[in-house]
Each structure stands twice: as C-alpha cells, then as structure tokens.
Design a protein. Sequence first.
Length: 444
Amino acid sequence: MNPLLQLGAVEQRDRLASGALRAVELAEACLEQIARREPEVGAWAYLDGDHVMRQAKALDEHRAKGRPVGPLHGLPVGLKDVIDTAGMPSENGTPLDSGRKPAHDAYVVKRLKQAGAVIMGKTVTTELMLRHPGKTRNPHNPAHTPGGSSSGSAAAVACGMVPLAIGTQTLGSVIRPASYCGTVGFKPSFGAVPRSGVLSQAPSLDTLGVFAANVADAALLADNLYGDDAGDEATTLAPAPRLLEISTSSPPVKPAFAFVRQPAWDTADPEMQAGFAELAEALGEDCDEVDLPGHFGEAMKLCELVQMTELAKSYHHYARRGRDQLSPTMQQTMDEGGRVLAHDYLVARDWPRLLNDALEAVFDRYDAILTPAAPGPAPAGLEWTGSAAFNGIWTFCGTPAVTLPLLQSDSGLPMGVQLVGRRGDDGRLLRTAQWLVQFLSQSA
C-alpha cells in the first residue's frame, strides 16, 4: 500500500492544509489502491476516476491561490449508494433505480463539498439497505461476508481505498460491517446527522454513520456532518459537537465500563466470548458486569417490528413499480410488515423511552457499555450478511455506538468491540473509545 494511505485522515488533512501533500497525490494513491483491490473486493457501485482527479485538481488550485481551505480539504470520502449525489448514479442497490441520477445533493453531501472533501464515488449497498447482499466481499477473506448493509463503505476503508466513508444503520448496518471488516464504525445518536436526500427505510430508526481507520478520523468526519435541517424532523438545533476535540482530549477521570452481555450473548461465538473475558480482566476494577432489566429481552423483537412496519410503507412504491424485481427476502419482509397491527406498532414505538429511562442508571455510573459488535467474525459465504442481534437494541434506543477492531479470531478475521454511550453524549463516547484503544496498546 502507498505510504500516504497508511497515514490517518487527521494527518492527511494536516498535510493537505499545509501544502506538504497535494489533493491530486492522495486521490491518485486511492485510485491506485482501488485498481489493485477492487477486482477481489468489489466495494464500488460507481467510480469515475477522471471526476475524482478533477475535484482534486480544483482543490489544489484553490489552495494555491491562498484561499482558506475547509476542514476536510482534499480528503477522499466514499458514499453509500443510498445517498443522493447530484449527477452521479444513486441506485439504492436495486434494479428498479437503475440509471437514477438525482438533481440535488443530500444534506451530508453538501456538507462534505463545503468542507472541501473529494467525493470518490458510490459504495455498494445491499438491496434497499436490507439483507439481500451486493457484490462486495470481505477484504480479509473473500469467501466471507463483509456484513451489510453498508458493505462497500466498510470494505473500502478496511483495505485502504479511501480513508473515510459514510454508511447508514437501521439495525446494525454500520457497526456490524465495521466489525467484520476491521475498521472503526461510528453510529451517532439518532437525529444528530440529517438524513435529507438519503433513502428512507424506517424513519424511526435510520441513522447515518461513518467508517474510518481510527477513532480520531471517525470524529473528524462526523464533526462535519452534524446539524439541523428542516428536511429531517428528527434533527434539532444544537451547538457544534466538537467531536474531534473531545475525542482526543484526556478524560477528567479514568473511564468505567459496564460489561453487558445482551440477550443475544448465548449466540456469540466462543472466540468472541473468550475475547471479552480477557478484555474485562485487562480492565480489572474499571469494568463491572451489569445486567440490563428483563424487558430488554423484548427490545430486539420490537425493533424489528418497527423496522418491518415502516419499511412496508416506505417501499410500497417499489412494490407497485416492480415487485417481481425485488428479492424474495425483501418481498417477505414487506409482507410481514404489512400485516402488523396498528396497535402493536404504536406500542412498540413507545418502548425506546422506557429503555432509555432504564439506561440512565447505567450511564450515571459508567462512561460506556462494553459489548460485542457482532456475534463473532464474519460468517463464511456471501448469501447472508450476518446477525444484527448485538446492534438493534442500541439503534432502537437511538444511543451512540462505536466499534473498535480490537479482537481477532484464530482464523485471522477481525472481531469488533462495541461501546455504547448515553444518547446525545457522542463526544464522551468517542473519548472513552480513544482511551480504551490507548490503554490496550500500552498494556500489550
């Protein structure tokens, strides 16, 4: 790999801003890495190298004229192919949107362009952000799934094609593929990042997230995406999050962790369970095992009920246009969602408030919940993108979550450690995650 690609995005940004590195040099390095790895990995749904280089050249010319540069000046970013990008195909992983080119940018794309990022292209998504896989393979072993639905974004960052990428999560579609591919994946609090111009599957759950090589890089990208937008009623006017500043600062006191097994613990791979036993031992008195109240056992089922119900409504127009072009998995999910009773859906929508109330006692005592990001390493085969059993509860609650590539299976596949924070306390979660990475590296 080109040494430029081994630098973190924060260091790349600093070199680009100072002129020590030109945007065209970094863009060329990314394109060369894509040419090397793409035939095996298949991370991209759309890529135009000429367009990439035109963007990079324009940014270099801008800086050469002495004009101020943006906070992401010259940094290449991959976009999941459910995020509208003006003039680029945005096909949502379905033949029903083949050739679709939106006229306007999604909110986050506008923010990226304002910040000076290079839009590299569109990364592969599963069909309409559900479970039917795309062409992407795990960069560590192409016989294994990369996860989903943000498969291309996770894989592209994992093998150095881009330093940064954006995905979405409705159940586990950022945290799980990040775990399987060995990257940092960060899902902000619900409503923190506007979703205008992004495919809507389940509006009560859909959340934009980011992929990066390390915590600081994830914070850098996410910092430039938060905001309030009239097109997304889940957002609110709030101060700038200062994620990079907070995440790279020292905690005022040594963080405390709540090791939560979650209701799905018995489904975790023995290697994952053993890894968490070692992690808890390494943290010692700073990590306590905490049991969630019994009603958390119902949360995943209720989250899936909300997802199916809202999906059936959101994707009704796809079924009308061409149900036979949807996968059997999609058709079955839509049918199940259409059969949910209004009473059951409305009751399920009340549960996040109840769950978050119970979590308050945990976060009053602990800085973060420590739990697996996935049941284990990426499953073999490409027909299934893996289980979201360790992610759905936190998406349902709207809490921020981050996965760190800290564990490895005997076969060499990565396994992610997930940290979960209090809703709205995203900076503190990233600071705690950064502390954990440093603590373990010093203990090794």
